[in-house]
Design a protein around this ligand. Structure first.
Ligand code: DQA
Length: 146
């Protein structure tokens, strides 16, 4: 069975509690359950992880490359400034694996600092603005691209 890591960056563990007017009322646990179900529906064995730590997230991308596993990545605020995360993400796509950048919100409709993604240029593609559904669309893209 195809495998994918669904990786989430800082503050996403606080989904449902953090600015629900912006990020919705679904909890991180809801995201985990939904992503596992959506993965199974498209034939992907999904493992969902979250960290507030940049180096841990980079390590998980290295792990994906070494294990040949596709990635759905919500880099959260790292999206906008982490060149080290970008360099790790580039290794995933250079290895011929799919990496879909996802966002719950549409960063282009928000503050100017969110209009730049340093991850986007090295991702296979980006899904943003559909709430939890962004992850479903991303997993479906992995299934059809991989
Ligand atoms: C986010 C958008 C980012 O700008 C923000 O820093 C996040 C979440 C999203 O999923 O909409 O933490 O990645």
């Amino acid at each position: 069975m195809m495998r994918a890591l669904v990786l989430n960056g800082p503050n996403l563990g606080r989904l449902g509690v953090r600015e629900p007017d912006v990020y919705g009322t679904a909890s991180y646990e809801d995201l985990v359950v939904a992503a596992e179900k959506w993965g199974a529906e498209c034939g992907i064995q999904v493992e969902v992880r979250q960290t507030d730590d940049e180096s841990e997230l980079i390590g998980w991308l290295h792990e994906a490359v070494d294990a040949g596993v596709h990635v759905v990545l919500n880099p959260a605020a790292f999206t906008h400034y982490s060149y080290s995360l970008r360099d790790a993400a580039a290794q995933v796509t250079k290895a011929g694996l799919v990496l879909v950048e996802v966002h719950l919100t549409n960063p282009y409709g928000r503050e100017a600092f969110r209009h730049v993604s340093v991850i986007g240029p090295v991702a296979t593609g980006t899904v943003a603005g559909f709430g939890l559904d962004s992850y479903r669309l991303a997993l479906s893209a992995v299934a059809s691209r991989a």
